[in-house]
Write a protein that binds this ligand. Sequence first.
Ligand code: AMP
Length: 188
Amino acid sequence: MRLVLIGPPGAGKGTQAARLAEAYSVPAISTGDIFRANVKGETALGKRAQEYMSVGALVPDEVTNAMVKDRLGHDDLDAGFLLDGYPRNPEQAVELDGMLAELGVALDAVLEITAGTEEVTKRLLNRARLEGRVDDTEDVIRKRLEVYVESTTPVTAFYDGRGILVRVDGIGDVDHVTSRILAALDAR
Ligand code: AMP
């Protein structure tokens, strides 16, 4: 299973990605997690990424694309993978196409988890209290949601045009959302 997960910040992508990775026995690759690990480890990549993450902007494509290309080159992806948080703009989607073509594989589906602005803002502010993520302040949340609408929404249209987009409502109990996703992917 080769899957991309798209959804606004706070839609529950990370949680669902972990569950789907387990269900399909494939690694979940989260660009946000890789960036955060680099920030924590104070690597050069982390220092560069942090400038953008702290204001809710996208890390420049050349940095992000190179990081994903490197990860997709590892030899643990024969059974597939689940990309969480990439691609996030049409340019990255085109870049991913090239990487997959080079590897001789194709995406099976792109899952969009939907959730309204009010709900995700509430969830993110709550997560800020629980996890203390630096990019979960109200200003940065607003910016991340803007970036999602402007840059990432067109990516869903890109894959919809290709007939591989699966859209699932991300509102409700976490287990229900997981069942909904698995059923929608099964029904393809
Ligand atoms: P996430 O955990 O997916 O919400 O990502 C947290 C932050 O990491 C984002 O707000 C961006 O600054 C950065 N980031 C994650 N994925 C990407 C990507 N595909 N392109 C650019 N920046 C990204």
